[in-house]
Design a binder for this molecule. Structure first.
Ligand code: 2GW
Ligand code: MN
Length: 297
């Protein structure tokens, strides 16, 4: 008869992809308790995903803020993004800045464009960081909704060091903070003062998400940024500001609106945390800051 045992094992072996041959990930959590994928190197086949997203003619917006002296990060940011961010797809860079003249002049690949959005700066650095939510929200409904399908919202003090592609895209996604992916929820640096609306009880919380890398469809990013900005305004009215600023409100949002995909800390690494074995690829790396020269605290 048809001895399945004769043919199947061999066939199964020969069909394995290169990533699978390197070994399935058994060393890391690959799925959240609400069944959202956690994206680690080796968990996806980029060729299949690229074909799917090309079929949909997907357009991606990358938002970044370069206010005051942080314009110094733009050249490296753009140059490394041209090399590693969504290569082969349609990309709009949305750069929010108060110093339009300091934007680098970089030749972009086909299908990619730079949109410089002039915005006011804020005196306090905490406000510079937090007001990003309001500005992303306002531009989402005014402009982004007509121009792109997904938004990826990131810090500027980083460089791309490896591929960041369509594997990250989903309705709404967050990224595991590199300092806490092995930690228990009681150790997470959520806002712990009940007076703040960003408060999270020590009994709650799934992951600690990084403030510097989130995204989703324009509609979902609108909802996320609208929530975070409104909650910040509530706290401001009560004279309180969450411990980690926008990051605290983002973590509160994700507690009640679970991300549909979670990115591993490969997507927002910092050498401050060394290079543990589970991090096979560092894709997006924080640049060490000279706090006196660049930061105006
Ligand atoms: C920020 C802090 C101190 C002095 C200046 C600034 C600053 C920030 C600035 O002068 N100009 C500026 O454009 N920014 C923007 O805010 C820039 O896009 C930057 O990447 C972002 C966040 O500030 P950053 O990168 O200095 O803060 P980190 O790396 O400590 O960020 C984490 O924590 C923040 C909240 O405290 C945010 O949640 C951020 O997303 C996290 O990565
Ligand atoms: Mn940063």
């Amino acid at each position: 008869g048809r001895g399945a045992s004769d043919s199947l094992p061999e066939r199964a072996t020969s069909c394995r992809s290169a990533t699978e041959r390197r070994g399935r990930r058994t060393d890391v959590l690959m799925m959240t308790p609400w069944l959202a994928p956690i994206v680690w190197d080796g968990s996806f086949n980029i060729n299949i995903l690229n074909a799917q997203f090309h079929q949909r003619h997907v357009r991606i917006g990358l938002t970044v803020f370069a206010i005051k002296k942080y314009t110094v990060f733009m050249k490296t940011f753009m140059e490394t993004a041209e090399k590693f961010f969504m290569a082969g797809h349609k990309v709009n860079y949305y750069v929010f800045t108060d110093r339009v003249k300091e934007m680098p002049n970089i030749t972009l690949a086909d299908g990619r464009q730079l949109v410089v959005l002039e915005v006011p700066s804020y005196k306090r650095w905490q406000d510079v960081s937090m007001r990003r939510m309001e500005m992303i929200r306002d531009h989402s409904s005014k402009r982004f909704i007509n121009e792109v399908d997904y938004l990826v919202c990131v810090d500027v003090d980083i460089k791309f060091t490896d591929e960041v592609g369509v594997e990250i895209l989903s309705d709404v996604f967050g990224t595991l903070h590199p300092g806490f992916f092995g930690a228990s929820h009681v150790q997470f640096t959520y806002e712990r003062r009940k007076a703040s609306v960003a408060y999270i009880s020590p009994d709650d919380g799934d992951f600690y998400y990084a403030g510097g890398f989130f995204g989703g469809t324009v509609e979902e990013v609108y909802k996320l940024t609208n929530f975070c900005h409104s909650e910040m305004m509530t706290d401001k009215g009560n004279n309180i500001e969450a411990i980690w600023h926008d990051e605290s409100y983002l973590n509160k949002y994700f507690l009640y609106h679970k991300p549909t995909k979670v990115l591993s800390p490969e997507y927002i690494w910092n050498n401050y945390y060394g290079h543990p074995g589970v991090i096979r690829k560092i894709r997006f790396l924080g640049i060490p800051k000279n706090d006196t020269a660049i930061r105006n605290k």
